[in-house]
Design a binder for this molecule. Structure first.
Ligand code: C2O
Ligand code: CU
Ligand code: CU
Length: 458
């Protein structure tokens, strides 16, 4: 951890590392110092201001196993308060673990300490700041990193043999602009990066499998991914393995979502570009016109963007796909069904706000009280003009149905896209941890503008 004066913005003496330091747990303990501060990086030929952990974009890649102890000392050298949230980890939503209400003031230090439960799934989690009022700016600025839990999926021989590639998808704003319209739409950066680089190259042995582990770490940008007509085999959704691989021609990742796919190159040597295809997630100012309406924001990209280039080089024995992954159990019927409506509206004295069941966020209020050891269905309806990725902390869920149609296979998720005009039904087992936490839209500007509710588990 570099020593520097508290709460001051200064130019770092050494340039930030592109890509991140790897911190695995040792002897059952993952321990590290994380310093959040302002920094600068060279991106697409320009020097841009970023916010970074340990001067790295993305932040250090952390890795632990079920049963491990985690101790993270967060030093806040930003000019604003912050905190840390462990998105996708099943840990207590209370101090000193994953309390999103905790405020770490500028210049202050706090130590997070928790255990990864012994029965935790193996998968991809994502740590990022979560102090209401600062989340969107801090994530947009660059704060965030990967937290891997190694588990059963990692022990499947075909998966072990695959080339593991982490892809942390994040856009950056080159010219800061602060318009209210931009916040309502959800701000997207002009420069799209993977692991802090524009169009990085990855090499994979021809014939071999690659395991792409993708995180959408953007404030608002969606990624509709394709590999130039080359199929993806989905093996995990968010941080949770599937029962069997599922073939996909493209993959949509909304903010906060993660996914893991296997890919196989042809025997010939070749290059594939990982593309971000256009996607219309809706915009403000098109009220009542539907998604195909006329007043399309001019920032909707129409041409595919190249995110990364995968090169198959050097021949290996063709590897096979795993037939089975980790069984996902179907859940019993719920004890209770709740309704949630996502929309926006005018609030007296606040102007435009984003709403969860007609109300903007109030940290003092408890919106949803649940009883531990029960299963609930939540029916989430988006009556607004923009898509909203809905995220619940602490407890993952299964998507049961979309617009009344049952989903084809059971899968665990912690963030689910609820497109405009649609209804998604999720089933959530509330098991162990009591405490208060939140659910919200993971377009973080929408969360800041009110689209968040509180949940108390007891
Ligand atoms: Cu990834 Cu409540 O956040
Ligand atoms: Cu979260
Ligand atoms: Cu939203």
């Amino acid at each position: 951890l570099s020593q520097c004066s508290r709460g001051q913005t200064q130019t770092p003496s050494k340039p930030p590392i592109r890509g991140s330091t790897f911190y695995p747990s040792r002897n059952g303990v993952l321990e590290l110092d994380l310093e959040a501060r302002q920094s600068q990086i060279q991106l697409g030929g320009q020097r841009i201001e970023v916010l970074a952990y340990n001067n790295q974009i993305p932040g250090p890649r952390l890795e632990a196993k079920p049963g491990d102890r985690v101790r993270i000392r967060l030093q806040n050298n930003l000019s604003n308060p912050t905190n840390l949230h462990y998105h996708g980890l099943h840990i207590p939503p209370t101090d000193p673990a994953d309390n999103v209400f905790l405020r770490v003031g500028r210049g202050e230090q706090v130590t997070y300490e928790f255990s990864i439960p012994p029965d935790h799934w193996g998968g991809l989690a994502y740590y990022h700041p979560h102090l209401h009022g600062y989340v969107a700016d801090q994530v947009l600025g660059g704060l965030g990193g990967i937290f891997v839990v190694r588990g059963a999926l990692d022990h499947i021989p075909e998966i072990q043999a695959a080339e593991e590639i982490f892809l942390f998808l994040k856009d950056f704003i080159v010219e800061p602009h602060q318009s209210m319209m931009g916040r309502m739409a959800g701000r997207e950066g002009d420069l799209v990066t993977v692991n802090g680089q524009v169009n990085p190259a990855f090499s994979i042995p021809a014939g071999g499998l690659a395991r792409l582990r993708l995180v959408n770490a953007s404030n608002a940008r969606f990624y509709r991914l394709s590999l130039e007509k080359h199929p993806f085999y989905l093996i995990a959704t968010d941080g949770y393995p599937l029962s069997v691989p599922v073939e996909l021609s493209e993959l949509l990742l909304s903010p906060g979502e993660r996914a893991e796919v296997l890919i196989q190159g042809t025997q010939e040597l070749g290059q594939y570009r990982l593309l971000n295809l256009p996607y219309r997630r809706g915009r403000m100012g098109m009220m009542g016109r539907g998604r195909m309406g006329g007043m399309r924001g001019d920032r909707d990209s129409v041409a595919p963007q190249v995110l990364a280039t995968l090169t198959y080089s050097g021949q290996v024995q063709p590897q096979s796909f795993p037939q089975r992954l980790i069984a996902v159990e179907a859940l019993p019927d719920p004890t209770r069904v709740r309704q949630f409506v996502l929309n926006h509206g005018m609030a007296p004295g606040q102007g435009m706000v984003f709403l969860m069941n007609g109300k903007p966020f109030d940290p003092q209020r408890i919106d949803t009280e649940v009883v531990l050891n029960t299963i609930e269905d939540w029916e989430i309806t988006n009556t607004g003009v923009m898509d909203h990725p809905f995220h619940l902390h602490t407890n993952p869920f299964q998507v049961i149905a979309r617009n009344g149609q049952p989903t084809p296979y059971p899968a665990w998720k912690d963030t689910v896209l609820v497109p405009t005009g649609e209804t998604v039904r999720i089933r959530i087992p509330f098991k162990d941890y009591p405490g208060k936490t939140v659910y919200h839209c993971h377009i973080l500007d929408h969360e800041e503008l009110g689209m968040m509710g509180t949940i108390e588990m007891r």
